[in-house]
Design a binder for this molecule. Sequence first.
Ligand SMILES: NC(=O)c1ccc[n+]([C@@H]2O[C@H](COP(=O)([O-])OP(=O)(O)OC[C@H]3O[C@@H](n4cnc5c(N)ncnc54)[C@H](O)[C@@H]3O)[C@@H](O)[C@H]2O)c1
Length: 281
Amino acid sequence: MLPIFERLEGKTAVITGGGGVLGSYMAKELARQGMKVAILNRTFEKGQKIANEIISQGGQAIAIQCNVVNVESVKRAEEEVLHMYGNCDVLINAAGGNHPEGMTTNEIFNMKDLKDEEIETFFDLTLHGFEFVFNLNIIGTLLPTQVFSRRMVEGKGNIINISSMSAYSPMTKVPAYSAAKAGIENLTKWLAVHMAEAGIRVNAIAPGFFLTSQNHSLLKNSDGTNTERTEKILAHTPMRRLGKPEDLLGTLLWLVDDEASGFVTGISIPVDGGFMAYSGV
Ligand SMILES: NC(=O)c1ccc[n+]([C@@H]2O[C@H](COP(=O)([O-])OP(=O)(O)OC[C@H]3O[C@@H](n4cnc5c(N)ncnc54)[C@H](O)[C@@H]3O)[C@@H](O)[C@H]2O)c1
């Protein structure tokens, strides 16, 4: 178990996508640290479930229905957080994801795929799929950042975005997601520079491969065995395992604590079992 960072007690953390797998672990850990946690999730019930778990453990949490791609929804959520918990000290942009129409079936294009209706090629990718993924990951990070940092500029603030291994070197089959996460890296740096004198730090965590609901079908066969893709990932992960959500929490606490990482802004930290460092040979 991680140590308690006493300075975090009583501060307010807002976590978009906090009802999801990675966001919920972050929410629970920050609540265990004594922070007041606001879970903003599109599906209210998912956020409420996590808030209830936190409350039953003696922590402070509220769930707020919020669609991160809708500015009015984000503004309403911000007002509710302000009313309940006061100013937001830490914003974690953990809502994000993929869409089937932004994915190809195969890693490499082959002419014969054009004749197979079952295969989604590059030419089958849809504008809808790309727009969905760009909106969710980029606009869905931009809007909460814009809305919550408005009050942060009057004091101090800390923003943590969630990137991906696919941002640095695009993963096969997921072009929309990869381009969107590359955008998150870029936006993180831009915001860090723009907001530095206003006292707001902006960083990112880039998780390696974690088994979650969104990527389950890519990583596991229906019988629970690893897919070929998972075996490939493990072969390229020097630590030879997938990540567990708990693996992100030490890095998260370090970034959240202004004393520990107060001179750190504009970086993205891979938490990936060595995946990024490995050239493959
Ligand atoms: N799982 C991995 O291996 C992995 C790796 C790298 C990066 N990530 C990133 O981590 C973040 C969290 O992913 P996860 O694996 O926990 O996924 P998840 O699907 O479990 O969680 C995402 C949460 O966001 C919510 N959400 C979706 N759209 C929303 C919207 N428009 N407004 C508000 N909430 C919305 C969902 O309801 C869900 O609760 C995402 O940005 C994802 O891209 C995941």
